[in-house]
Design a protein around this ligand. Structure first.
Ligand SMILES: [Zn+2]
Length: 184
């Protein structure tokens, strides 16, 4: 394998609401796990629409920053923020597209090559040693997406917890156990 084939294809990002492709990792800037965001320098023409109004963040990791929200041009789902002023620790997000990881779905496009049979013996080394920056990028994407999913699961769990009466659950469990005993 030559060096070129060892570079993995970019990760493609879709709007989670309508699955239209909105960006890819070729314009990667960084992931910010505290914000659950992935920042890209650009998106293809016409895929997003940027709000005219600036908002200010009053809490959280981006406290004190001002930003314009942007949305999917196809379905108008809000996808993220373009920070215009930032606290120092977020300076490298400024003027870029900072996507909310929970608003995206991502997948990796296939290689240019047609599907092959079993990989040749020397291919394993290439998989284990991908281009370091690309590997770091993928790990950052995965980490941010997993953290965003975790947040979603936690909020679902607390929503379930508040609507579920624990004592009625245990009554049901007792009834089930009593029924089991009668069957024996
Ligand atoms: Zn959309």
């Amino acid at each position: 394998m030559d060096d070129e084939s060892a570079i993995p294809p970019p990760v493609v990002f879709q709007c989670a609401s309508c699955l239209v492709i909105v960006a890819d990792s070729l314009s990667w800037v960084r992931a910010t796990s505290e914000l659950r965001t992935i920042t890209l320098a650009s998106a293809p023409e016409g895929t997003i629409s940027v709000s005219d109004t600036l908002s200010t963040s009053h809490d959280g990791h981006d406290l004190g920053s001002t930003y314009a929200s942007f949305a999917c041009a196809n379905c108008s789902a809000v996808l993220g923020k373009i920070y215009r002023t930032t606290p120092r620790h977020l300076d490298d997000l400024r003027d870029y597209l900072t996507f909310d990881a929970a608003a995206l779905k991502n997948y990796q496009v296939g290689t240019e090559e047609p599907a092959r049979g079993p990989l040749p013996a020397d291919a394993d080394l290439d998989i284990l040693k991908p281009e370091p920056n690309a590997l770091a990028q993928r790990l950052a994407i995965m980490e941010t997406v997993i953290m965003a999913m975790h947040d979603e699961i936690e909020s679902l769990k607390s929503a379930l917890g508040s609507s579920t009466d624990d004592s009625s659950l245990s009554e049901n469990a007792k009834a089930v156990n009593a029924a089991r005993r009668r069957k024996r």
